[in-house]
Design a protein around this ligand. Structure first.
Ligand code: FRU
Length: 492
């Protein structure tokens, strides 16, 4: 729907619902030909409630086609978060052919009860039929939700992770037919505590350089160090029964606050680990300054584990396939910027842009008095407009930290919509590499090859018209610099 005020905020390459309210991604599955994105959806109003499963399909995770609603709210409750898997050998016995089909497992939620339900699709995920003997898993709880299921090859059975939200635990179950589930173990409380544990995901992820580890993602809401909703992760081993973390480290998928309820794709060729998260935060999701629709998804992200400077394994996320959307880069020269110097280029209007750059800031000046830490060497990236609004991403070379500041944008204010975030990059490294995707009301930052990721909603009152690069306190050399307008190659 083209409501005038909403137009400038509607992303062009991120998935958004045409109307209504969207939160978590659900049922992320590759069916052998296309990718499915189901999502928590209120089709009636741009507020959370009356939750259905919305649906879109894509050949590449970037070009999405809207599909009819897949799961309705029923007398048994709303269709809360869940997953979809390909039951390709008809292990469930619920399909008429040996090739099986798609199975969705999700939570039916009423104010008094949350239990896990099953639905089958005989037409590749277009429509679902509810299993006659639902629920398939019910522990008489009203905080038991968000099942995610993966096939565990070594034990030859399906494994479900599901949140006992208020107990701050993730329960593990196993099944050979997706219908009958046996309790295996419970994980937690562990990591951030917060109010509710939600949307767990278990996946085996490749370690760069060889091998794999298991990752358990747990969304916490509210309770994030940055406020509100956050996705945390643990790295460890899954032995078919129990998840054993390697250590007590809690990873966060994001240093800002708008990437929640991360879910991983099921049935990916070559076991590629790909995720999509809801680009939002419950603290302000229902008050965003759009009127006909609310909610966006992150870009699809490839996930690997990488050893960082501490020797520990950390999640690295990069946007998947984005290079296929790149248009001719805009003229934007690399080279030297002396301390205090800046360079500015115009931004194309109404387009998503990707900025890729690598920068080395000059050494800290020699001959400083002992204890004098007063000098800074900062590289500042500003997306701004003539009205004085600016969105800033900056690198402080002498402390090896990155910041993001959305507080000088005037389109939205709310007590929880905090403006400034920061993260540590590799210390003692004056060099940084960054990819920034700015697409209307969405900003995604990937630094240090994806080890530091910041996802933020941004609401300028007027369009951002220019990009300014500035060296402050010390000179800097821009080794490489590319600014691409991004375009869809297929119509929606
Ligand atoms: C997470 C969540 C889930 C729940 C869904 C309801 O954002 O609260 O726990 O299933 O949203 O829409």
């Amino acid at each position: 729907m083209k409501t005038e005020v909403d137009m400038p905020y509607r992303p062009t390459i991120h998935f958004t619902p045409t109307t209504g309210f969207m939160n978590d991604p659900n049922g992320l599955v590759f069916d052998g030909t296309q990718y499915h994105l189901y999502y928590q959806y209120n089709p009636f109003a741009p507020y959370a409630g009356h939750v259905h499963w919305g649906h879109a399909t894509s050949p590449d995770l970037l070009h999405w086609t809207d599909q009819p609603i897949a799961l309705d709210e029923t007398g048994a409750g709303e269709a809360f978060t869940g997953c979809a898997v390909m039951d390709s050998h008809n292990a469930s016995g619920l399909f008429r052919t040996p090739q099986g089909g798609m199975v969705a497992l999700y939570t039916r939620a009423s104010p008094h009860a949350q239990a896990q339900y099953l639905a089958t699709s005989y037409d590749n995920g277009q429509t679902f039929e509810e299993y006659a003997r639902n629920p398939v898993l019910d522990i008489s709880s009203n905080s038991f939700r968000d099942p995610q299921v993966c096939f565990h090859k070594p034990t030859g059975r399906w494994v479900m992770v599901v949140a006992k939200s208020r107990l701050h635990q993730i329960a593990f179950y196993a099944s050979i037919d997706l219908v009958h589930w046996v309790h295996l173990s419970d994980f937690g409380p562990s990591g951030l505590f917060g109010v509710d544990y939600e949307c767990p995901n278990l996946i085996e992820v490749a370690v760069e350089g060889g091998g794999t580890r298991w990752m358990l993602f747990v969304s916490v809401n509210p309770g994030a160090p940055t406020g509100g909703s956050i996705t945390q992760y643990f790295v460890g081993q899954f032995d078919g029964t129990r998840f054993i973390p390697d250590n007590t480290v809690i990873g966060l998928t994001d240093f800002a606050k708008d990437a929640y309820a991360l879910q991983v794709y099921s049935n990916m060729p070559d076991a590629e680990a790909v995720s999509i998260a809801w680009l939002g935060n419950w603290q302000y999701a229902q008050e965003l300054p759009t009127q006909s629709w609310r909610g966006a998804m992150t870009l699809p992200r490839t996930m690997v584990l990488r050893r960082d400077f501490t020797g520990g394994l950390r999640l690295a996320q990069t946007p998947r396939g984005l290079d296929t959307l790149r248009d001719t880069p805009l003229a934007c020269p690399a080279g030297r910027l002396a301390a205090g110097e800046s360079r500015q280029v115009s931004l194309p209007q109404g387009r998503a842009v990707e900025l890729c750059m690598s920068v080395t800031v000059d050494e800290r000046p020699h001959g400083l008095k002992l204890g004098d830490k007063g000098r800074t060497g900062r590289f500042i990236i500003t997306f701004g407009n003539e009205g004085g609004e600016k969105l800033t991403i900056g690198f402080d070379a002498f402390s090896g930290q990155l910041w993001l500041d959305r507080s000088n944008l005037a389109g939205f204010a709310q007590p929880f919509f905090t403006g400034q975030f920061s993260t540590a990059l590799a210390p003692d490294d004056r060099h940084f590499e960054i990819r920034i995707v700015l697409d209307a009301c969405t900003l995604e930052i990937f630094a240090d090859g994806g080890l530091a990721v910041g996802t933020a909603l941004v609401f300028p009152a007027s369009p951002l018209e220019f990009l300014r690069l500035e060296a402050s306190g010390a000179g800097a050399t821009i080794g490489s610099l590319n600014l691409y307008p991004l375009r869809k190659t297929m119509p929606r």
